[in-house]
Design a protein around this ligand. Sequence first.
Ligand SMILES: Nc1ncnc2c1ncn2[C@@H]1O[C@H](COP(=O)(O)OP(=O)(O)O)[C@@H](O)[C@H]1O
Ligand SMILES: [Mg+2]
Length: 463
Amino acid sequence: MTLKSTLLASIVAVALVTLLFGASISYWHALSKVEAEMQAAIAVGSRIAANAVDDAEESADPSRRLHLLIADFNGDRHLRAFWQDTSGRVIAASHPSTSARAVPDWFHEIFRQPEQMIAVDLPTAFDGLGSFHLQTDSRNEVAEVWDDIWNTLKILGVLCMLVLGCVYWLLNRALQPLSALAGALNAIHKSSDAPRIPETGPSEFVEVYSGFNAMAERLQQTEAKNRRLTEQLAAVQEEERADLARDLHDEIGPFLFSVDVDATSIAHCLDNGKEAEIPARVKTIRESVWHMQRHVRELLGRLRSDGFVDIGLVDAIDNLIDFWKTRYPAVSIELSAPSHPLGKELEQTVFRIIQESLSNAMRHGRPAKVEIEIDHSVEGILVEVRDDGLGMNSEGGAGGSGFGIPGMRERIDALSGEFEVGPRTSSSGVIVRAWLPASGAAAADRTSQQQQNTKRIAADAQA
Ligand SMILES: Nc1ncnc2c1ncn2[C@@H]1O[C@H](COP(=O)(O)OP(=O)(O)O)[C@@H](O)[C@H]1O
Ligand SMILES: [Mg+2]
């Protein structure tokens, strides 16, 4: 059932109850009115009759006087007068007025009053002429009540139709904004780009609209951010793959080739009796294998970057430093970090910040020196990455256009920390500073523990 029909049904119900209440009050009022009218009519009628026959004492013709009196009551609305002789035969009777409107019998039955009859005392001059009677008749009064009720009902009917019409129109107008809201919700369900609701109309709705518009705006921004992050992820993965392919080709390829050459030359030495050269060849093969092992380990470290915690934060950062040093041997990279563990959640965030900041410094800043510093205290961890490169605006003011810095900020926000990146004051270059409070990390650790527990329980259930 719609809100509109519920409201209309409630209003109609209230009107009906009021009507019933009014009808019962009208009933009691009409009943007592009919009764009072009958009492008054008979009292007035008997006084008129008594006065008339009093005057008739001197009348020479009492019988004519009675006929005239009967005629006086012709057309009376509530009384019937009649004259009976001594044997009880009706000699003459008045003709009460008849109502123009027909009253239904059931209505007459409800309001009808029992007929009252009185005999008017006739003076001695009327002796032997019989008796004179007055009798009430409520039919005309009931017809009047019927008329009153009928008229009232007509007025009430028109009034009710008017009120209901107005209420319906008002409800339609008042509820119109809800359809606008429902339409907007449906549209936003399909796409967050859906048009916003104009913030006009009743103030209560304007508040709802502005809340809705703000929510839609937020949703659109979040979706755009997600899209950008997904694109960024794909780009990073692509770059990483190309990097790995290049590394495999450049670093492993030559050593494999040299192993192949050395192995072939050992066979030649054996064939040509040059056994003395074999140990030197074996040595170079072992050196090549050692180089390949080192590169494979480094590649594995990069491929399993989430698993860096297995080897410890400091070793993981050392791997990172090695990675960049092989590419930029001239850059000096210094690390100052506590050797004790910091907690899984914090270590992962610290590692990501250093990874991104170091990569930014090397890729965008062309520095001579990068300093990485991790300070651990009971309140939390302070991470600083400083380079002496070209600075943030070195690439035409691009600062902040990528995803690395927002990504770092989001990670730190998740741990209720603080983050800033900007130019160094003491020299050229950029400083990245992140503060991770111990409380935020503890909360994050609990969440991650809970997630692991949930995963474990789900795995157990599947098993
Ligand atoms: N250490 C830095 N030295 C010079 N410029 C930097 C440095 N760090 C960040 N930037 C600038 O800030 C921009 C945004 O960095 P980031 O959000 O990591 O995106 P991306 O590295 O993908 O470009 C970079 O494009 C670069 O112009
Ligand atoms: Mg970056």
